[in-house]
Design a protein around this ligand. Structure first.
Ligand code: UGA
Length: 435
């Protein structure tokens, strides 16, 4: 059993609760007293499938605790830094939380007699752990990394909504170590993974870069297929038929080729921007990274164009929006495509009704009383002139099409277009033969 500290109680930090299932003891450190009290009672600040059960189960086993006081980390051996690294105005990442955590950890290391390994898990651009975090730790502790304490960078590849599954079943584990001892301590903690799971042990900068390169690659596939989708529409070609065939080429593979209303979330947009800013600061102009973002910025408006093509004038019409979260199985609306779409429709003078199985509370914070909130998908489509699907929730896929009377605009290929057309409904969608 290892005593593990976790700083930060967002998606990344909280998912480390899974370590308790492997008999490690976890103590979370957060800034908000309310969140910490809730966490101690098994109430999480986020919706993440299956995670509340992991937390509750291990609270009962006394393997999870939470505090606002860094000093409680004194008897931990490994401390993960999982604080936010939001986008600054120029696209680079904002490091104030990570700097403040490093300062507090430096003070802790100063007091503590035991050897501890600090692990940066927040997504940070190459050079951050070595050139920003390490000097702060050394300054405030008066100790030396690699001699008096360990230092690692350990990126996460968790998908929101599938975080627990991805934590338990990773494709790989990447450990960037300042020195061999640091890496081997973290490697030991991950000893519970099957031996078939590849372990990549590398240096700090490389571990940081792997995370960004991977997210940028995935985002580029989405922007690529979205651009192809827009061309397909003009030639009566179904992009899903194209991507299916492309994906059968073993060099390409099928994943992340679903065309839609654009990618969102707290990761892809932020990470591509940060990588672009990092390249720029190194004197490199990345035309490809710029294009990934540019395509993604315009893609949601393709939905608005389809609405116009269907209804003619949008002003005065009632439009049902089904799906607000940036993807299914989360309540997260950060950078969600639904936001620019709704704003554009409102600007055109449409009345908007919305429904999402999880994101209604977050939507209220964004749109206030400028839109109507419905308590079911059926209520949402009732009397609507148009129904727009922006998130591919499972419950939408099972929609009883006989209940829908309005034309459908499908932003995530929620439906099989042929089935919708068989029901006598008007169907338009991203990458579908709309003309
Ligand atoms: C992403 C990565 O998939 C994770 O591996 C990574 O750890 C995480 O970012 C992170 O950096 O922390 P996430 O943002 O949770 O995970 O969501 P994804 O499932 O990757 O989807 C991102 C967006 O892309 C969603 O808006 C989704 O609708 C869109 N998408 C995804 C498409 O438009 N088409 C696709 O084929 C796949």
């Amino acid at each position: 059993m290892t005593k593990v500290g976790v700083i930060g109680t967002g998606y990344v930090g909280l998912t480390l609760a899974c370590l308790a299932d492997y008999n490690n003891e976890i103590i979370f450190v957060g800034r908000s007293q309310d969140k910490i009290v809730n966490l101690k009672n098994g109430i999480l600040p986020i919706f993440e499938k299956g995670l509340d059960e992991v937390v509750v189960r291990n609270l009962k086993r006394n393997l999870i605790d939470a505090t606002t006081d860094y000093r409680r980390l004194d008897d931990t051996e490994i401390i993960f830094v999982c604080v936010g690294t939001p986008s600054a105005d120029d696209g680079s990442i904002e490091l104030s939380q990570i700097k403040s955590a490093a300062e507090s950890l430096g003070n802790l290391l100063k007091q503590s007699g035991d050897y501890k390994t600090i692990v940066v898990k927040s997504t940070v651009v190459p050079g951050t752990t070595k050139d920003v975090v390490m000097p702060i730790l050394e300054k405030y502790s008066g100790k030396k990394a690699g001699r008096d304490f360990g230092l690692c960078m350990n990126p996460e590849f968790l998908r929101e909504g599938e975080g627990v599954y991805d934590f338990i079943n990773p494709d790989k584990v990447v450990i960037g170590g300042y020195d061999e001892k640091s890496s081997s301590i973290l490697m030991k903690l991950y000893g519970f993974y099957k031996k078939e799971v590849p372990r990549i042990v590398t240096n700090l900068n490389t571990a940081e870069m792997i995370k960004y390169a991977q997210n940028a690659m995935l985002a580029s596939r989405i922007s690529f297929i979205n651009e192809i989708a827009n061309v397909c529409e003009k030639f009566g070609v179904d992009v899903y038929e194209v991507s299916h065939a492309m994906g059968l080429d073993s060099r390409i593979g099928p994943k992340f080729l679903n065309a839609g209303a654009g990618f969102g979330g707290s990761c892809f947009p932020k990470d591509v921007k940060a990588l672009l800013a990092t390249a720029k600061s190194a004197g490199i102009r990345s035309i490809l990274l710029e294009a990934i973002l540019e395509v993604n910025k315009t893609q949601p408006y393709r939905m608005v164009d389809l609405a116009k093509e269907t209804l003619g004038r949008i002003g005065g019409k009632t439009i049902a929006i089904l799906g607000l979260a940036f993807k299914a199985d989360t309540d997260d609306m950060r950078e969600a495509s639904s936001v620019p779409i709704i704003n554009a429709l409102l600007k055109e003078g449409a009345s908007i009704k919305v429904y999402d199985p999880q994101a209604m509370e977050n939507a209220k914070k964004i749109f206030g009383n400028s839109i109507t909130y419905c308590s079911s998908k059926e209520e949402c489509i009732a009397q609507a002139d148009l129904s727009m699907f922006i998130t591919d929730w499972a419950e939408f896929k099972k929609f009883d099409l006989t209940k829908i009377k309005s034309p459908i605009i499908d932003g995530r290929r929620v439906f099989n277009p042929s089935v919708v057309l068989q029901h006598g409904l008007v169907y338009k969608g991203i990458g579908w033969k709309n003309n």
